[in-house]
Design a protein around this ligand. Structure first.
Ligand code: UD1
Length: 421
């Protein structure tokens, strides 16, 4: 189990370049399995979740090559049916997009129930509801889910809850089937727009992604034969913006879409940080003599405050002056890391979905764990400002989603080392 040793106290200063969006890449790579020709995907991040999905697609017959510049050359023409998705689908959440892709291509898909971060129940009933509306039947058996259909047909689907995964999965499944599919109450996250743009570039006809009504007119062929560049990772960018504020540093986060960062930028400014947006960058620093102030925030689907930035934002609030309130509205159990933060000296009280954070208690180094991907990143951030040494264990969870995390932090001046054990 690898760990990170962090000696706190260094201000982060300099530039950091953000990688391609992990969550968009998961949808796009799975969606590429629908294509009738090859494609090239630029900026697919080199992180464990993406590499795992690539391996699963290879085991299905797809030919995938990673170029020296990180781009993925994908040829899905050798995938011959939807029965070949192997049991590594258990390891990552994004494997569920292969259900939509194989169903859309072969009218049949069968996978082991997808895994991923544990922050409470992660049902897929809305994905299933969507597939069934399009004409599929579903069987859950021996830990597998199998969806199949004689004939898929476009349909009107209303999602009871705003779900990123269900929106993307239904969009993928519907891209190549006959008729028009309308998804109402669709999620609007940037990576949904990115998956839709990818499919459109490959020949699909999807309109409205980024709004809550998406209209997909099925096309018989998705020729591919085109390159596509994945958007920057909104959550990775947010993590470095928070690290800059937390260490009272001065960091320019490059290769980002500033609009995607607005909910976080607004909160940082409210607290007293300066956030200066360029065309594709944001500089975050704390003006001299400014003491960061407490604030309140609640996580919501996009364009609300992203739940995936909740843990690192909570760490920042531990260092602000005054009492803050944080409400987690998306997941039932996303507070597991708070006990670790408390062992580092944080003063946080939990009441249901609400956390009350009393800022100003100095954090002190301790042995803690990466409970999940974003919680793990939050513990690293806590280590950056803690007195003494922090040991973050089980960092493979962090490496599922952050490309070159240690190197990027070191380049900004952090004292962090990866220990293999
Ligand atoms: C994606 C992200 C994850 C992020 C989340 C919310 C990926 C791989 N993961 O997860 O990092 O935290 O969006 O922004 O992109 N729900 C149902 N039934 C369903 C599906 C979801 O009730 O069939 C509920 C969930 O329990 C949750 C809420 O809907 O409370 C949102 O989940 P969803 O948007 O689907 O999250 P994921 O796509 O799994």
């Amino acid at each position: 189990m690898a760990s990170y040793m962090i000696r706190g106290g260094n201000r982060l200063v300099g530039d950091v370049t953000i990688s391609g969006s992990k969550n968009a890449a998961l949808g796009i790579i799975a969606a590429s399995m629908l294509l009738d020709g090859p494609c090239k995907i630029d900026h697919a991040p080199n992180v464990d979740d993406i590499n795992m999905l690539v391996e699963i697609c290879r085991s299905m017959g797809a030919q995938i090559r990673r170029e020296a510049d990180g781009a993925l050359e994908i040829d899905p023409r050798f995938v011959t049916n939807g029965e070949t998705i192997d049991e590594r689908s258990r390891n990552i959440r994004g494997s569920y997009y292969l259900l939509g892709a194989m169903l859309g291509r072969f009218n049949y898909a069968s996978i082991y129930m997808p895994g991923g971060c544990n922050f409470g129940p992660r049902p897929i009933d809305l994905h299933v509801k969507g597939f069934e509306a399009l004409g599929a039947t579903t069987v859950f058996e021996h830990g597998r889910i199998t969806v199949s259909s004689e004939k898929m047909q476009g349909e009107h689907i209303f999602l009871d809850t705003v779900s990123v995964g269900a929106t993307i999965n239904i969009m993928i499944a519907a891209a190549k089937i006959e008729g028009v599919t309308v998804i109402e109450n669709a999620a609007r996250e940037p990576h949904i727009v990115d998956v839709a743009n990818f499919l459109n570039t490959m020949g699909a006809n999807i309109r409205g992604a980024g709004t809550d009504v998406i209209r997909i007119t099925g096309v018989p062929v998705l020729p591919g034969n085109v390159s596509y560049s994945i958007i920057p990772d909104q959550i990775e960018a947010g993590t470095y913006m928070l690290a800059a504020a937390l260490t009272r540093g001065d960091v320019t986060v490059r290769n980002i879409i500033p609009k995607h960062m607005e909910p976080l930028s607004a909160k940082l400014e409210e607290m007293g940080a300066r956030v200066v947006s360029g065309d594709d960058s944001i500089r975050v620093f704390i003006p001299e003599d400014t003491v960061l102030q407490a604030t309140s925030f609640r996580t919501m689907p996009y364009p609300g405050f992203p739940t995936d930035l909740q843990p690192p934002t909570t760490v920042l609030l531990c260092t602000a002056q005054g009492s803050s309130k944080m409400t987690e509205n998306v997941w039932d159990n996303r507070f597991q890391y708070i006990d670790d933060l408390k062992t580092m000296g944080a003063d946080i009280m939990i009441a249901g979905r609400l956390a009350l954070i009393e800022g100003g208690n100095p954090l002190t180094g301790a042995k803690v764990f990466a409970r999940d991907l974003r919680a793990g990143a939050a513990m690293v951030l806590a280590g950056l400002v803690a007195e003494g040494t922090t040991e973050v264990n089980d960092v493979s969870k962090i490496e599922r989603g952050y490309e070159s995390f240690v190197k990027k932090l070191q380049d900004l001046g952090a004292d962090i080392t990866r220990i293999d054990s």
